[in-house]
Design a protein around this ligand. Sequence first.
Ligand code: BGC
Length: 803
Amino acid sequence: MKKAFRITLKTLGIILAILIFGGLLGWWYVSSQFLNFENDYTEKKNIPALTIDGYTFLDRNDNGALDVYEDDRASLEDRVVDLFSQMTLEEKIHILKGSGMASGMGMVDPEEGIPGVVGTIVATPRLGIPAINLSDGPAGLRIEPTREGVDRTFYATAFPIATLLASTWNTELVYNVGNAMGNEALEYGIDVILGPGANIHRHPFCGRNFEYYSEDPVVTGKIGAAMVNGIESNGIGTSVKHFVANNQETNRNYNDTRVSDRAMREIYLKGFEIIVEDAQPWTIMSSYNKVNGTYTAESRDLLTDILRDDWGFKGLVMSDWFGGNDAVAMVNAGNDLLEPGTKKQWKALTKGYGDGTLDMDAVDTSVKRILTLALKSKKMKDYTYGENPDLEAHAEITRKSASEGMVLLKNDNVLPLEKGKNVALIGVYSYDFIAGGTGSGDVNEAYTVSLEEGLANTGFSINQKAKEVYQKHKSANPEAFIKPEGMSAMFNPYLPPEMSYDDAMMQDIAHDSDLAIITIGRNSGEGGDRVVEDNFLLSEAEKKMLSAACEAFHAVNKRVIVVLNIGGVIETASWKDQPDAIVLAWQGGQEGGNAVADILSGRVNPSGKLTMTFPIDINDHASNSNFPQNGLPMQITDMLFGKDEVPEDEMVKNVDYTNYEEGIYVGYRHFDKAGKDVSYPFGYGMSYTNFEYGDMELIHENDTLKVSIPITNIGDVKGKEVVQFYVSKDSTQIDRPVQELKAFAKTTMLTSGTTDTLEVNIPVKSLRYWNEKSSQWTLEPGSYVIRAGASSRDIEKSVRIKI
Ligand code: BGC
C-alpha cells in the first residue's frame, strides 16, 4: 500500500516537474521570439540640444555636429538620404520589422511607451531615431485608459463605426470626425492610426463589415479619403487597411481569394485607388489573405506594380499583424514594414541577406520609406503631447455624426415623437446599447449612452414596468451581463441573452405607457463571421418579443418603433410590416443613445442612407454560394505560429479558398442586373421632409462631366438630402452592370422651401471598364445616361450624353 502511494506520489511529482519545465520553456520561447528580443534597441532618451551658428537642434547621434537629418530646415528628401547613409546594414534590416508583441498585448511600461499601442516602428538608438507608435483603429484609439500607479485616465472617444459614418454620405462631416480622432492621437502621442478600413462589403456576414464602409467602391473611396485627410491634417499618419480583397474572417490568415482581374480592379481595388488619389495616405496595410495563390503581403503585382507604379502611392506598406508568410518575399514584393515583428522574421531577413535572396534594392527603398515616415512624425519633431484632448467637444462630434448616419427605414406617421411621452423600452439592448464592434476596431470608451439614457436626457419618461422586466432578467442572468475584457473582449462579442415577455406582461406594459421602442442588438468583430440563425435572422425570442409588443400596443392604439443597434445587415423583409417605424441606428459610438433620441424626437431630421443593400433573403446575394455559412472562429495559434499549406486536393471551399464567382456583381450591381426585389435598396433612407429634384444639367468639359441639379425642400421641416449619381450605358458590347454609382453629394441644411444646387464632377475615365483581354482600362464609346437618384431604385432625373 505504502509502495503504491510512493509510486503515485513520484509519478505526480514527475508530471508536475514536466509541466513546470514545459511551461517555463514555452514562456521562454514566446518571450524570446515575440516579446523581448529588442534589448539592444531601446529608444534613446534625453537627447542633448546643441546650438551651432545660432541654430538649436537635437544632436541625435551625439557627434557634436549638425547633421543634415538633424536639421529641420533641410528638405525631407535630403534628411532621409543623410540618415540612410549613416545606417549600418544591421540597423537597416532591423528597422524593417516591428519591436514584437509586447506592446501589442499592452505589456509596455508607461515610461517606455504607451499602454495599448499595438506596434511600433523600432528605435535606432545610435542615431537617435525614436520608436514610432502605431495604434488601432477605425472607430477611435484603442489605447489603455488606465495605467498602473497613475492617478488619472487616458480615455479615447468611441466614434461611430465606419459603416455608420459612410451612411452620412457627408465627406465634410467624416473629415471632421477624422480630424477629432487625429487630434486624440496627437495628444496621446500616437504617430499612426491603423485605419480606416477600405474593404468592400462583399457579403453581409463578414464579421468586420462594421469597420468598412460599403458594398460600393466609390462610397468607400470618397468617405475613406475624407477620413484619411481629416486624421492626417493633424500631422498624424493613417494605415488604410486591409489591402486587399479581405472580405471574410473565416481562416482569414490563409484563405485564398480567387477573383478575376476585372472584379479586383473595378470593385476591390477601386476604393483604395480613390483613397490614394484623393488623400495619398502615409501608409497602407497589406491584408492576411492570399489573392489568386499569393499572400497579398508577398505580391509584387499588388504592392509595387499596381499600388506604386500604376497609382503613384508614395507612402509605406506595413503588414497586418503577423500577416504574410515569408519575410524575405514580403520585403522583395514591396511590403516595407513587418508588424508587429518577430525574431523569426529578423533572422529570416538576415539570412536572406546572407544567401542573396533578399533584394537589397528593395531593402534600401523600404528603409527610406520608413525613415520618411519617422522624419515626418511628431515624435521626431519632439512634440510634447498634452494627453488632454478635448473629450467633451469630441463627444459632441460623435453625437452629431452618429445621428447623421442613422437611417430611417420606415415611418408610418409616427416619428418624430412628441417629447414627454412615456416610452416602454423593450429588449435588453434598449438598456445596454452597443457602441461598436469587437476586435481591433473596438475602443476602450469611458461610457456608452444607452437608448434609455438618451431618451431620458431628451425629455421622455421611461416606463418603469418595462424596465422592471429588464432588471429582473439581468439579475437572473448575472454571468451573461459581464462584459468580456482584454484579449477575451477581442474575440467574444458581448451579447447578453434576449428577454421573454408573456402576453399578459406585454399588455400590462402597453396599458401603462404611450408607445413601445424595441431594440434589436447585434455585435460582431474580428476573428469570426456572422451566421444565418439568430444573427442575420431574428431569433425566436426576438420574433416573439416583436409580435407580442405589436399585438399588445396596436390593440390599444399605441405605436411600436424598432431600433436596430447593429453593425451589419440583418433580415428585415419578414417582419418589417409589423412595427410602425424602423430606425437603423447602427452602432453610434459612445453617444449612440443620445443620437437615436435626437432622431426619434426630431431634434435631428434623419438624412442617412444605406451604403449597402438589405436583401429579402440571404440567398439573393450572388456571393452567398461562395461565402462561409458557419463562421468558424479564428485560431490565434495559427496566426502566431503559422500553419502548413493545405495541399490543393484537401482544400475546403470557402475556408482554404473562396471563389469570387460573382465577379463584379457585388451588392446592387447584382440585384439590379438580376432584377431582384430587395427589402431596402442601396442608397435608401427616409426623411421627415420631402425633396423635389429640379432639372439636371450636364456639361462635358475636357475630361470631366460637370453635373448639377437643384434640390428643394418642399416639406415642412428643415432637412438634408443625399443625391446619388449613377451612370448606365445604353447599349453595350460588354457585360456591365445596369448602373454604377460614380458620384454623390449632400445638400446643406435646407429650411422649408429653400433650394441647394448640388454640383459634382464625374471624370470621364471613371466610366471605363477593366478590359481583361488587353489588361487595361477601356472606354466604350457611345451614349451614356447620367441618373440622379434618391436611392438606387428611385431615379428622379436623367440626362443622356454621347462619349
Ligand atoms: C487586425 C488589424 C489591426 C491589427 C493590430 C490585426 O489583427 O487585422 O486590423 O490593425 O491587428 O491590432
